[in-house]
Every structure is written in C-alpha cells, then in structure tokens.
Ligand binder design. Sequence first.
Ligand code: DAH
Length: 330
Amino acid sequence: MKNLEEKIANADSLESLEKVRVELFGKKGLLAAEFAKLKDIPGPEKKAFAEGLNKRKAALQVHFDERYEHLKAEEIERVLREEAVDVSLYSTLAQKGSLHPVMETMDRIIDYFVALNFSVETGPMVEDDFHNFEALNLPKYHPARDMQDTFYFNDGSLLRTHTSPVQVRTMLETKPPIRMIAPGSVFRRDYDLTHTPMFHQVEGLVVDERGKVSFANLKSILTDFLHTMFGEVDVRFRPSFFPFTEPSAEVDISCIFCEGKGCRVCSHTGWLEVLGCGIVDPNVFKAVGYEDVSGYAFGLGVERFAMLIHQIPDLRSLFEGDIRLLEQFR
Ligand code: DAH
C-alpha cells in the first residue's frame, strides 16, 4: 500500500489513469484487498484499522480526482488545438452560374411583350417549305428566298430560317384576335463577324378585325419597345421590303455608341438597324384562310440586341462558351 500517490501522479493519460483506478479502487483492487483483511483483525483493533483504511481511501480519492481533472483539461486543450478550424483561412468562392447574355436579352424582350398581353408561341425547328416560305408569300423560285441561306434535308424539309413560320402555325391553329410573339432558334448557312449558323429571333404578330390594326399601332408599340431596351434613342422607320408584309419597314435606332455622330459600329451613318416589320400581306392571310382581318408583324435578331446592349464586337464569341467572356455577365 505504499507509493500509491506516485502511481496516480505517474498516470500521464486518461487511459492509464483508468487502469490505476481499477488497480486501486476496483472490486478486486488493492483497497478491496485491504478491507478484506478486516475480518481477520482481532476485535479491539478492528475499529482503528477500519478508520485508518477509510482515511487512506478518502485521501487517495482526492489525489485521484485532482489528477483526473488535470488530465481531462489537458485532453480538451489537445482536441481544441488539433481539431481547430482556421476561420480566417482563404478559400475560393463557390462557383455560381448565370444566364447567357443572349438568353438574358431574350427574357427582357419576352417580358416586355408579355406585359402587353402577347402570348408566347413556339414551333418546330425542322420546318417544311409551306410554313417557312410558301405561306409567307415566298413562292418557289421567288428571288427573296436568296436572302435566307437555307439548310435543306434530302426529303425537302429544312431548318427554319426565321421564327415567322410560327405565325403561320398559330394562325392555322387559332382564330383572331391574335397577339403573339415567337422566340426561338433559327438557322442559316452563314458564318462571319455578324453571322452564325444558329441564332435567335423573336417574331411578333397582331391580327384583328379589318381596320382595327394599323401601321400607327405598330409604330407606337415598337418605338416604346426600343426605348425600353435601349433608353433615350431616336427611332426611325425606313421603307423596305419583306415578302410577308406590305408596306414593310426596317427600323433603326440612333447609334448608341456615338449618339448619332457617326462611328465604325454604325458605318458612319449614325443609325443602327435593329428590326424588320410591316402590315401583314393579304397573301399571308389567304394562305391561312383568314378573311376581313388586318394585322402587323415584326421580327428581330436577339444576338444583335445583346451585342449592342453589351457592346460585344464579334457575334461568334457568344457561342464559343469561353468562361472568360461569360464571367463578365454575372
Ligand atoms: N422573318 C424576317 C427575317 O428573318 C424578320 C421579319 C421581318 C419578320 C419583318 C417579320 C417582319 O414579321 O414583318 O429576316
């Protein structure tokens, strides 16, 4: 029973202290063995022996408890030290995606017209000659077909060259009045600074009883639309030709880069062409069996809007998926 304090003091971890606890205080431990001797002690000495033993036990318990508290505190310190998280450590931020500038521009255009109660219509990208050309007053061998460098399939179907065929489909499926836009991808055999084989258009069509839809309506809605998209710009309607509209116009805004003074982007004209429009040609209504109606239509290229709004010089860069370009549109 000597040197028991030393045993406790020498325990250098909670595990070894636990072993010491079993050795001293356990059922088969040293103290238990001492207490067992009690029955052989002669009567008169029993009391003193028991008292001495109990004192010893109490004193050892105090030692033990102190050592336990000490080792426990050390253990907590060690865990705190070894498992510490340095909250000031630099880490890269989580990557977050964003809308492609073309889709973001498309959404802005759609939002404008949806707010004016236009419906949003869609149609197939693989079209037939009737919907893409014939019904839009572009008969076979009409020279205006040259303007639309078309991808044909062997069976005569084609990749739609504009979203105007959705006009035709919507008119065939519903009855006037119609107020619709048709956003979507279109395809042409063309590739340079300002042309890619796939790009996006938004087509618009309004049809109502004859006399209810005028060029004045078209002009006012498109002027307000362009002010919403480009801010304080001048808008001019310039006579032009489209087979599906008569009269037709191309719409220019004053150059947003030089404010109309003339620069490289506007080819020193001071104007930027941004869309085509007109009063729906009677032949288009004839093709879908409409009578006694009038209407206007317009069409625009979404990439052109995105390039002007974000000052992107090369259309092709929009489709290369280069993260360095896309990151600028977060
Ligand atoms: N479909 C024409 C194109 O792709 C754009 C267009 C011009 C649509 C005038 C129209 C319009 O509805 O009236 O070039």
